[in-house]
Design a protein around this ligand. Structure first.
Ligand code: QAP
Ligand code: CO
Length: 168
């Protein structure tokens, strides 16, 4: 078991596009386990492999109150079921301390593979739909701050860069 370091905005490695997972082996299982441990430790509800500097199409989510409903999505894809947008105050473990409103399609259908490579699909709405779309964005090198005005994004960048200098 291991806690993995989480990359923080504006680290350029968060901009890499992740590639398809092809090997469903023990190494993948260990990575998934470490990603859950890292996410729970940081009090997050979602974590993409990109955020721990692994550029593979893999994400973990647990939106449950008791942190007892882990969801793993490998090579996820989604389709919009209901195009009506809904707003949510999003945060991100890679943008610590900042929350801003983002609009995304309200209902999606997700197709992915599980830890053993078996395909599954599910329809998601509410915070789960938000979280899945947010995490899939990470796999494309995209962050929720990209949906904000450049002024807001710049302010967040400046504050985090200052924090990083302090702790360096
Ligand atoms: C993405 O975000 C998300 O700033 C997952 O200080 C967020 O887990 C999906 C976190 C909102 C849907 C709605 C952020 C923890 C966790 C912080 C997270 C922080 C500590 C963010
Ligand atoms: Co995020």
């Amino acid at each position: 078991m291991a806690l993995l370091p989480i990359l923080e905005f504006p680290d350029p490695r968060l901009r890499k596009v992740a590639s398809t997972v092809t090997d469903f082996n023990e190494k993948l299982e260990v990575l998934i386990h470490d990603m859950f441990e890292t996410m729970y430790d940081a009090r997050g509800i979602g974590l993409a492999a990109t955020q721990v500097d692994v550029h593979r199409r893999l994400l973990v989510i647990d939106i449950s109150e008791n942190k007892d409903s882990p969801l793993t999505f490998i090579n996820p894809e989604f389709e919009v079921i209901e195009g009506e947008l809904s707003e949510y105050d999003e945060g991100c473990l890679s943008v610590p301390g900042f929350y801003e409103t983002v609009s995304r399609p309200r209902v999606i259908k997700v197709r992915a593979q599980d830890q053993s490579g078996k395909p599954f699909e599910m329809t998601a709405d509410g915070i789960l739909a938000v979280c899945i779309q947010h995490e899939i964005d990470h796999l494309e090198g995209k962050l929720f701050v990209d949906y904000l005005s450049s002024l807001k994004r710049q302010r967040i960048r400046n504050k985090l860069e200052k924090e990083h200098k302090k702790s360096a």
